[in-house]
Design a protein around this ligand. Structure first.
Ligand SMILES: *[C@@H]1O[C@H](CO)[C@@H](O)[C@H](O)[C@H]1NC(C)=O
Ligand SMILES: *[C@@H]1O[C@H](CO)[C@@H](O)[C@H](O)[C@H]1NC(C)=O
Length: 279
């Protein structure tokens, strides 16, 4: 089947979406730098945050508040050039044993070779729900918006408002789903050249350090902020026909790993939720 929409339509959609979400966002107010000893910096009056990584350390920040469900948007510009061995993250996580987590991780690559977008969902401390994607643009040349919609029915991962993955609540057939533990937003830039790039074969070139990733327009809609955002579409958000078309387009053209199709890994028993949805 042909692409559901053209590159120019995608561009238009991203511009529109960027315009709609570029309000507010203040890293001084909403976030705290948690590690990296000066390698993380808030710029531009709180509107931008940069993380850096060198031989000695990476860096990271987290949201001040915790949230139980919501929509979480972040614009990111990833490490340019040879980013092999670097991992840039934007994820939600609860704390303590049996934790829940919803992940976006961007695995760097050699110059000119594509990033891998790694997604995963943990419930009660158990993950193993990976899907990985390529992007249809260069994530290092400009900012793009990465979003997590999390409600009791499903989790939707989006890139520039295009759904790339839906993880439905399949508790009814025994698949745990994160829905009781509040989570914080975490972002980090760190080194993982033992596994991140081509299975660890391509190492970080430290002569290119420091590596730098930038974040802006951190935007959260959750129960706490809904008084100012009465629409709160995230609460019941699901895909309409157009969303399903876009998801199909991404999954057919850009998905490079799906745990549901990994019959070697799940030789005994493919996880039950994999039978329920084609995605
Ligand atoms: C890096 O690029 C190579 C070649 O295109 C690809 O095989 C690999 O999966 C890419 N991503 C990572 C994270 O290694
Ligand atoms: C999934 O569906 C296939 C074919 O319909 C069936 O053979 C298999 O037992 C199902 N697996 C699970 C885990 O439900």
């Amino acid at each position: 089947m042909a692409a559901a929409f053209s590159p120019s339509q995608i561009l238009l959609l991203s511009i529109l979406f960027t315009a709609l979400t570029s309000a507010s966002a203040d890293f001084y107010r909403d976030a705290e730098i948690t590690w990296g000893d000066g390698r993380a910096n808030i710029l531009d009056g709180g509107r931008q945050l940069t993380l850096s990584l060198d031989q000695y350390s990476g860096s990271g920040f987290q949201s001040k508040n915790e949230y139980l469900f919501g929509r979480f948007d972040m614009q990111m510009k990833l490490v340019p050039g040879n980013s092999a061995g670097t991992v840039t993250t934007f994820f939600l996580s609860s704390q303590g044993a049996g934790h829940d987590e919803i992940d976006f991780e961007f695995l760097g690559n050699s110059s000119g070779e594509p990033y891998t977008v790694h997604t995963n969902v943990y419930a009660g401390g158990k993950g193993d729900k990976e899907q990985q994607f390529r992007l249809w643009f260069d994530p290092t040349s400009s900012f793009h918006t990465y979003s997590i919609v999390w409600n009791p029915q499903r989790i939707i991962f989006m890139v520039d408002n295009i759904p790339i993955r839906v993880f439905n609540n399949h508790e009814a057939i025994g698949t745990p789903f994160p829905k009781t533990q509040a989570m914080r937003v975490y972002c980090s830039l760190w080194n993982a050249d033992d596994w991140a790039t081509q299975g660890g074969r391509v190492k970080t070139d430290w002569s290119k350090a420091p590596f730098l990733a930038a974040y802006r327009n951190f935007n959260i809609n959750s129960a706490a902020s809904d008084s100012v955002n009465s629409a709160a579409t995230w609460k019941t958000q699901e895909l309409d026909a157009q969303g399903r078309n876009r998801l199909r387009w991404v999954q057919q053209k850009y998905m490079v790993y799906n745990y549901c199709s990994d019959s070697k890994r799940f030789a005994q028993r493919i996880p039950p939720e994999c039978n329920r949805s084609r995605f």
